[in-house]
Each structure stands twice: as structure tokens, then as C-alpha cells.
Write a protein that binds this ligand. Sequence first.
Ligand SMILES: C[S@@+](CC[C@H](N)C(=O)[O-])C[C@H]1O[C@@H](n2cnc3c(N)ncnc32)[C@H](O)[C@@H]1O
Ligand SMILES: [Zn+2]
Length: 277
Amino acid sequence: MVLPPAVVDALRCSVCGEPVELADRALRCARRHAFDLAKQGYVNLLHAKVPSGTADTAEMVAARAEFLGAGHYDGLADRLVARVTTSGLVLDAGAGTGYYLARVLAKEPRATGLALDVSALALRRAARAHERLGAAVWNLWEPWPVASGSVSVLLNVFAPRNGAEFHRVLRPGGSLFVVSPRPGHLRELAAVADLLEVDERKEERLDNVLGGRFEPVSKEEYTERLTLSAMDVRRAVMMGPNAHHPERLKRLDDVREPLDVTASFVLQEYRKPPSRP
Ligand SMILES: C[S@@+](CC[C@H](N)C(=O)[O-])C[C@H]1O[C@@H](n2cnc3c(N)ncnc32)[C@H](O)[C@@H]1O
Ligand SMILES: [Zn+2]
């Protein structure tokens, strides 16, 4: 497995910012900084430690992969995929296992995908999710090792938002798709575990992060009832931030029956204004 050429072209050395080339299973810049490709197919560009508690654990990654694999968020994926049209580079910021990015690539035969995530465990799966997908470990809160204006479409699904870097890497006229949970998303899970509070002001903050830099194009709110098996109830809890708090999960062991839950998302599309002559 190698990184697609369009991904190598867009990546930059995370030490000095120079372009990189792929040789002998490593990315190298002209100043001889080198980043080995893992045997699982992703490249780690990080040279600083990530604060603990940031990256998803193996258990969280497995729970997310199994939950998504069961098709519970297919409705969301279909809506997102339907809005994306491109033959260029699609960057998924906080891509996790690459589920949504692989779906976009399956629909767009000439597009290439770049998955960025701080979790190498998640990117092992992402690197296998599609042949035109390349994956790189990176902390989204640091300046990204990605060339300015190299990205045609940016995806951001339940993941951290760095508005300045979104803007820098997108080409003028490029599209940004942001998916967030709405208040009440999976609220029924509160009956079976002591969940962390959902931040009700997220949408307001999103406007602050993106406002001024991007033009809003569309906003779709979408609510669906899902029937989750007892296993999927557990996965739904374990794939989120609650997994970092074992004391909150004790009651989950008592779940034996399927549970009807509400899934509620907002899918927002923005555009980077075309550059003026
Ligand atoms: C809730 S998951 C969503 C993953 C994927 N978009 C999906 O919906 O399946 C959040 C993802 O953001 C990643 N993440 C969290 N903080 C990050 C950071 N500072 N830099 C890069 N990725 C980060 C996590 O590792 C995780 O894969
Ligand atoms: Zn370098």
C-alpha cells in the first residue's frame, strides 16, 4: 500500500514546510527530514507528543468501526456524499477510520482522499478503507503539513475545527462540509450510562470559528430513529468521549434489550470565497 501521488503532492514536511517525495517507503524533503510509512500504510508526520486523552483508544476505534459498519449512520453518509462533487483532493480533518471519506471516494472516481487524524490506530483502518485514500497522523491544532490551496473539498465530521487551517488549505471556491450532533442526539443513551453533558452552544461556536472566512452555502438538519442492539448501545457509548471515563459506564453492563434512540445531526456546507483578481 502506498500513498496516492496527489496526496504526496499536497503533503509538506512537518519540520520545515518543504515539499516531500516518496522513496523507499518514506516521505523525504530536500532538507533530508524523513517520515517512514507504517507497514499498515499510513505516515506519521508528528514530531511532538499529543496531550494524553486526545486520541481515541483501540477500544474506541473498534467500537466506532463496528457501529459505523452496522450501517446506523448510512443515512448521514448518503446525505453528505450526495452533496460532494469533485475530481480533486478531499481532505477529511479528524477522519477516524475513514468511513465518510471512503464513501465520498467511491462516488467520485477521479478524486483522491487525505485522512488526517491524531489516532494512528484509527488511521490503520482508514489506510485500508479505499485505494485512493492516503492517511497521515497529525494534530489538527498545530499548523497542518498540507500545501496552501491544495484541497478541493474539506470534510469535518464530529471532529476538531481549526478554522484558520481550513481556510489556508482550501483552494479558492473550495467547499467545506461540517457535520455536528444536534442537541438531543442519542439522548436515550443517558438512561443506560452516566454521559458527559453535550455542549448546547456548539453551533454558535462553529459560526465564530468559521464566520468571516467562509460563505454559508447550505444547512440541513436531520433527525432519525435508530434501533440499536444491546451491543450497538455499548458501541455508541464507547465510541465517544465517555469512553475516557470508565466510572460513567458501569450501568452499561445491565443493557440486554435493543434500544430505540434518536440520531440528530446538522450538516453544514460552506464555501471559501473565490480569490479576487
Ligand atoms: C468522534 S471521532 C470522529 C471520527 C470520524 N470523523 C467519524 O465520524 O467516524 C473524532 C476524531 O477526531 C480525532 N481527533 C481528536 N482530536 C484531534 C486532534 N487534535 N487532531 C487530530 N485528530 C483529532 C480523534 O482521534 C477521532 O478519530
Ligand atoms: Zn523538511
